[in-house]
Design a protein around this ligand. Sequence first.
Ligand code: AMP
Length: 411
Amino acid sequence: MAFSKLGLGKPLLDGVRAMGYVEPTPIQLRAIPLVLAGQDVIGSAQTGTGKTAAFGLPILSLLGAHAPGPRALILEPTRELAAQVETAVRDLARFTNLRVAVVYGGVGYGLQDQALRTGVDVLVATPGRLLDHLSRGTCRLDKIKFLVLDEADRMLDMGFLPDVRRLVERCPRERHTSLFSATIPPQIETLIQWAMHAPQTVEIGVRRAPAETVRHALYPVAEAQKSALLLDLLQRVNYDSVIVFCRTKNRADRVSHSLRHHNHAVTVLHSNRTQREREQALRGFRDGKYEVLVATDIAARGLDILDVSHVVNYDVPQHPEDYVHRIGRTGRAQATGDALTLMVAEDAQHVHAIERFIGRKIERVRLEGFPYQYTALFDESKPGQVPLHQRRARGARISGGYYYGPARRRR
Ligand code: AMP
């Protein structure tokens, strides 16, 4: 099926061609006709499936030509995603006279005010900064005809749903709404019922499956040897570009220092860095100045970084969905990529949750020649390797460092 059969206007077909897209992706095939027909759409598709064009193309097509606005609003959870989506939509709209702008926090208001003043058709925004613009009177939403709530589950995780609700309330009721979310927890379900009208769901493939072209491997290791194992892995793996995910900003900083010390071209991306530093890190990584990007989940989610040959989970993600999101960076657009995960004994429960979530077992790999301190790590069935939390009394629960189980017996 060709793009030309989908009912998009000619300038958009020219835009698609200029982007080098030959055929629509499955989510584009299914979502574009629905949006063009005026339906509200819920899209659940893994990252890298082409969902930006899936909502961007029909909205641009229906907007037609420049008019007072903004008439389309796309909400994104992070600045990086907002910037990325704006670039993609602007590229698709290049043969139209539609204007696209982005507003997000962490930078001055000057350029954003100016863009809003000159007139915008499509506005891409993070919720907090857009609310600021509304209260400063630099933007209004009373002409919105198309609303897109992108990465809704991540907006929920980041505590943005109240802001999103406030923004939806400022849009006209008579509008078209699309929502994209990898998972639909109850709060998102409530949002859907409140903000959408008879939505059609477009689900692509198995919702939970990571890209099929990714090879997965788990590297069991003692916490104290993680850093050494990462260095050894990077020496042996023939990588072009690699993203290393860490649980916290501190760990990301520590890992990047260690890699830099060992002469890797490395940069770091997390929310403690200024907007300028984050942009420089991303640009440098995309341009190949840096081969390794060390990042936390929030900073890197959904970013369209192409040609990542490897993803390394320095820390096992706490939520199975994050595993899928993280490795969504590799194996995009049918390239093959590797996802390597370092695992300590205490991670066993999270690893099993991930394996259940993606519906397959991940191979445990031993790095030949690495001076392992504990080889028992490779045999999860050995009693010595049962993680601490599984050894506690039945019913006992650790929460926030406190022990809520039955009173401990003295020995
Ligand atoms: P997204 O899921 O929107 O982040 O898109 C992921 C990547 O796929 C981006 O680099 C897009 O430019 C690319 N892409 C989107 N649609 C197509 C298509 N029909 N053919 C080839 N690449 C595409």
